[in-house]
Ligand binder design. Structure first.
Ligand SMILES: *Cc1c(COP(=O)(O)O)cnc(C)c1O
Length: 380
């Protein structure tokens, strides 16, 4: 039996996090209801300004979710059917889904096994005259190699849309010493405020960032039915807004985002230390140029029956998740003559061996001790 008699270990503990900021959130939500300012209430504009300041970016355009953010970004860049967009084969489906949905051609490339990030040499090999954009994904909370990706984008005249859904708040440092926030490096950054993300609201939410004034106008217009002035529609758009209630939650949580990253790093450091040099566990590799905000703490298992281990952990009250079990090129939805099994060996291996452990801002020492000792014990 679990030694943690009264406590249930969770992948993410949003309830305990909420308890600490309950007063502010409850009052803010009540205020929205009292004023019936459900759509485009003052908290939305406030959040936009707060996030612009936090990220040091000229424009934040809130929208309904991270998937919409990616879609609107691609629409605003006037990408057209037949255009090729390069992204990673090892990512959440949303990244590639919107590419296909817009009739663009997703061109998948492999990732690095150490960092789970898109393989830059593979990007360059995949570039053709039809390539219009690269979508790096800052997977699990650490930035892809943006310096090299931006150099490629410049060389081949490509847009860069950063999928920063898992890495809001991470810092990227270029070799000249300049440090900027993830998502503010490429043409547009796209993020998600899904509840379990590092900056999560209490429903769906998302945002796009850019330093380009014209592009910002276009992103805003597209997310609002292509409207420039009320009832004047210049382009076909979508309806994608951040609810005022969600903006209230995000305003409250943004103030704590850096603390949250520290708490996540404390968990990661504990895991790293406990599993260091374990013959059956490979801990996540940190890169020099990026901070890590640990959206996930993802191990690679070496010669371990993952299904069995997961069941055993579950029996001991420890949840563990597989992000992601199936490579995109092996998903029916992305079936293409371009790819076959075996084309992205790193992705295919990762999908078989990754295991993400509980990671959140409210983890206590007792739980960490129990998780690490139990896992090590099960691997004996
Ligand atoms: C969560 C996520 C998205 C999509 O965000 P939603 O808000 O759920 O639409 C896109 N890309 C990545 C990498 C994600 O983790």
């Amino acid at each position: 039996m679990s030694i943690l008699a009264n406590k249930k270990i969770q992948m993410v503990d949003l309830k305990s996090q909420y308890e600490k900021i309950k007063t502010e959130i409850d009052a803010g939500i009540q205020d929205v209801i009292s004023n019936t300012a459900f759509i485009n209430g003052p908290a939305v504009k406030e959040f936009q300004t707060n996030l612009e300041k936090y990220l040091n970016v000229k424009h934040v355009i809130p929208c309904a979710n991270g998937t919409d953010a990616l879609q609107i970004a691609m629409m605003a860049l006037d990408l057209k059917p037949g255009d090729e967009v390069i992204t990673a084969s090892f990512t959440y489906v949303a990244t590639a889904e919107v590419i296909g949905l817009l009739g663009l051609t997703p061109v998948l490339v492999d990732v690095y096994s150490d960092t789970f990030d898109i393989d830059v040499e593979a990007i360059e090999k995949a570039i053709t005259p039809k390539t219009k954009a690269i979508v790096p994904v800052h997977l699990f909370g650490q930035c892809a190699n943006m310096e090299k990706i931006m150099a490629l984008a410049k060389k081949y005249n490509l847009f860069v849309i950063e999928d920063v859904a898992q890495a809001i708040g991470a810092d990227y440092t270029f070799s000249n010493g300049t440090t900027v926030k993830a998502g503010t490096i490429g043409t547009i950054g796209c993020t998600s405020f899904f509840p379990s993300k590092n900056l999560g609201c209490y429903g769906d939410g998302g945002a796009m960032y850019t330093n380009d004034d014209e592009l910002a106008k276009k992103l805003k217009m597209i997310s609002h039915h292509g409207q420039s002035v009320q009832y004047v529609h210049d382009v076909l758009g979508v309806n994608s807004r951040l609810d005022t209630i969600q903006a209230v939650v995000l305003n409250a949580k943004l103030k704590h985002l850096d603390e949250y990253a520290v708490a996540r790093n404390t968990v990661a450091n504990y895991y790293d230390k406990a599993f260091a040099n374990h013959p059956k566990l490979k801990t996540p590799v940190r890169v020099k140029n990026s901070t890590h905000v640990f959206h996930q703490y993802t191990l690679q298992l070496i010669n371990v029956d993952r299904t069995k281990l997961r069941e055993q952990l579950q029996e001991k009250g420890i949840p563990a998740m597989i992000y992601y079990p199936i490579p995109l090129h092996e998903q029916k939805a992305f079936k293409s003559d371009r790819y076959k099994s075996g084309d992205f060996p790193v992705t295919e291996t990762l999908c078989k061996c990754v295991l993400s452990l509980p990671m959140h801002t409210e983890m206590d020492a007792e739980s960490l001790k129990y998780i690490t000792e139990t896992l090590i014990d099960l691997l004996k």
